[in-house]
Design a protein around this ligand. Structure first.
Ligand SMILES: [Ca+2]
Ligand SMILES: [Ca+2]
Length: 432
């Protein structure tokens, strides 16, 4: 049996090693940003995540100073041309005009009609984690239809080929958006490349907005809740601000999340919004947390693994298991916080890739064979915050793949290893 804890506060003295799994993360949150998150269960995760991302800096919707146009034209910039933007549903590239025009508008992916129809200082109306630049006609057609899967019998709204994605028509689902119905009884199926982006924006809204008031402005905030219940969604459109409002469809969004994991562009967008608002979308940073809160997906979010007395990799300790299907790239992001540490040598993240096994060795003295080692410098006896990122291609293997994470230090404040799979493969975590 391994012990599962959200964080490690272990190792008073002497050699000590521990490993921690926090789900899946590939984006680069500042070290320590999620240090207070307790992923023990859905209740603790929701509460501690909310505390990290709430009370963000609210910018005006439209203003002579920095407003949502400024943020969105940075966040939704065309990756191949900094003077243009790419819109969310049509994948059209439009020249930036510094405030929108007939081509592109601001789309509330969580429709403002569901809970927050009026701009205020609480945040949801202007929150750029959910606002996206959007072709005007697509914005109008989407209206406030919930996100839901459609069918070949639905109306097709095609995408344009840009940046290697989009284009084509006539085949469901292809690269198109599909829609049927109107308002809360309607469905808007986002094209595949943006399904996960939309889902994670909705998950962010649910956890960011939990009622209460904005800690900085004192403005009341709604409790936004995802559901499959279309009646609740419909009842959330009253024309007035609500204390509780609903959107969905939750089960569809969970599936979209796992089908379309975060890519580099989405992570960069998260970073951009963070630079303005000061808060992040945790489900872009750590996709595994969706599993803890809403289930589904390949990663059961195991929490913490720890082991003790490690000298060299493979000699002792835990072996959390990992299996893959397809040929995913395993992305590993390691955040560590050492308090008053006295490392003997630079701390090394050691990646050992042998046959069908991937081994992550984290230890403080490079006396064992090392395959690859992004080095994290450790400065003296002072507190240390470090982060590193690696990714490895893993072959298709129906059998278990073990990985191990080891560290040696005197006092470890917190560490998180986040793993995720991309390139269309799947990764399953468990413990042996
Ligand atoms: Ca995507
Ligand atoms: Ca909520």
């Amino acid at each position: 049996m391994h012990h599962f804890h959200p964080f490690a506060r272990v190792c008073a003295a002497g050699t000590c090693a521990m490993a921690l799994l926090g789900g899946a993360l590939v984006a680069q949150a500042p070290p320590g940003y999620y240090a207070s998150v307790d992923a023990t269960d859905a209740t603790t995760l929701r509460a501690t995540l909310h505390a990290v991302i709430d009370d963000h800096t609210v910018f005006p919707y439209t203003s002579g100073s920095t407003d949502t146009w400024n943020i969105l034209e940075a966040a939704d910039e065309d990756p191949s041309n900094a003077s243009r933007i790419v819109d969310i549903y049509r994948n059209a590239s439009y020249a930036k005009v510094g405030g929108g025009n007939g081509n592109y508008q601001r789309e509330h992916t969580w429709p403002k009609s569901y809970g927050f129809p009026i701009e205020d200082l609480g945040g949801p109306y202007t929150d750029c984690h959910q606002l996206r630049l959007c072709d005007g006609s697509y914005n109008a057609e989407r209206s406030n239809k919930p996100f839901a899967n459609c069918s070949a019998g639905c109306v097709e709204w095609t995408t344009l080929p840009n940046n290697g994605v989009g284009g084509g028509s006539g085949v469901y689902p292809g690269n198109s958006n599909w829609t049927a119905g109107v308002f809360s009884n309607g469905s808007w199926e986002v094209w595949d490349h943006r399904k996960g982006d939309i889902a994670r924006a909705m998950f962010y809204m649910d956890v960011r907005y939990e009622g209460g008031t904005h800690g900085g402005t004192g403005t009341s905030e709604p409790d936004l809740i995802l559901t499959d219940n279309r009646s609740l969604i419909g009842s959330s459109s009253t024309g007035s601000p609500l204390s509780v409002a609903y959107m969905g469809l939750l089960s569809t969004l969970v599936q979209w999340h796992w089908d379309d994991p975060p890519d580099a562009e989405e992570m960069e967008r998260n970073d951009t919004v963070f630079t303005f608002q000061g808060n992040r979308n945790p489900f872009v940073d750590n996709p595994g947390w969706v599993g803890t809160l809403w289930g589904g997906g390949p990663a059961p979010t195991p929490g913490l693994f720890e082991s003790y007395g490690m000298a060299c990799p493979g000699t002792n300790g835990l072996d959390p298991m990992l299996s893959t299907t397809g040929t995913p790239t395993i992305n590993a992001n390691l955040d560590i916080v050492l308090a008053n540490s006295v490392p003997l040598n630079p701390v090394v993240l050691h990646i050992d890739f042998q046959q069908s096994a991937i081994s992550l060795f984290f230890f403080g003295f490079p006396t064992c064979a090392i395959y690859a080692m992004p080095t994290i410098p450790v400065a003296g006896n002072t507190s240390f915050f470090g982060s590193t990122f690696v990714s490895l291609q893993v072959p298709d293997d129906p059998n278990m793949i073990g990985f191990e994470l080891y560290g040696q230090w005197l006092i470890l404040e917190a560490a998180q290893l986040h793993l995720s799979a991309s390139n269309g493969g799947k990764m399953v975590l468990g413990s042996q």
